[in-house]
Design a protein around this ligand. Structure first.
Ligand code: FPP
Length: 250
């Protein structure tokens, strides 16, 4: 173990057990708009503060040795928001990626994106490609951003890709098992989330990682996303460590 790793593990709060931490945390960052409204600010300010909360969570996951973090940044349904807000979010994603890339490279973060990326503005697509390329050899935490993502759409595109292979004679129908299916999902190569955190008290999956979260533990907090901090994350992890994960067994 390197000196740096020793320091990081020491940072784990004493009441959390390293061996029972989730390997993969997924997060639905809900409540930005309500947070802004409560402060008397425009909704977009909630998204801006939401970026800070996400950066803190990524750092925390990295420090505490969590292997993967997936954040739901923009769903396929979010295009239905006012155009001004959609435009703001696209520009925000682009700016944050550009500003944070150097730090992510330095911190050994490997960034990935899941979703229908072709439908995103060209400038954002370029920033996404650059950040994925420049961090692809990093072996620290894997940070996945779901952007223009929908779980049903992901499953459908996997079905289409598999059907094409069957049509071309590359695959037999009875060879299609869970492993084959998973390899055709956007998330291929990343373990399923152990823990899903959703802020702002909503109790829905909202089309997020439908296949992958079959056995994820779900933690819901009333805290609005911009207020989700290290203390809140500790509470979520403590709750997770009290769960009895049986995966359908006794
Ligand atoms: C949901 O809150 C939040 C979003 C749709 C956007 C989340 C995006 C970020 C925090 C930025 C992430 C940035 C990068 C680069 C990954 P809401 O607007 O639905 O809140 P409400 O339910 O209170 O209206």
């Amino acid at each position: 173990m390197t000196a740096q790793q020793t320091t990081q593990l020491q940072d784990l709060p004493a009441d959390l057990q390293k061996e029972f931490l989730p390997k993969h945390v997924a997060v639905i960052m809900d409540g930005n708009g309500r947070w802004a409204k409560r402060q008397g600010l425009p909704r977009i300010m909630g998204h801006k503060r939401g970026v800070d909360a996400l950066k803190d969570l990524l750092r925390c996951c990295k420090d505490w040795g969590i292997e993967a973090l997936t954040a739901y940044a923009f769903s396929t349904e979010n295009w239905g928001r006012p155009q001004e807000e959609v435009d703001f979010l696209m520009t925000l994603f682009q700016r944050v990626l550009r500003q944070e890339l150097r730090e992510m490279v330095k911190e050994n973060v490997q960034i990935k994106f899941v979703g229908n990326l072709q439908a995103l503005p060209g400038a954002l697509q370029a920033e996404i490609s650059r950040s994925v390329e420049e961090t692809q050899n990093n072996r620290g935490i894997r940070f996945t951003v779901a952007t223009n993502y929908g779980g049903r759409q992901e499953i459908l595109q996997a079905c289409r890709a598999i059907a094409e292979k069957v049509q071309q004679g590359l695959l037999q129908p009875d060879e299609i098992d869970e492993g084959v299916f998973e390899r055709h999902l956007y998330t291929s190569g990343t373990c399923d989330p152990d823990l899903l955190i959703r802020t702002s008290g909503e109790m829905r999956l909202s089309n997020f990682l439908l296949w992958q979260m079959a056995y994820s533990e779900i933690y819901i907090t009333d805290t609005l996303w911009p207020d989700f901090n290290r203390q809140e994350f500790m509470r979520a992890l403590s709750a997770y460590q009290c769960r009895d994960r049986r995966f359908g067994k006794v």
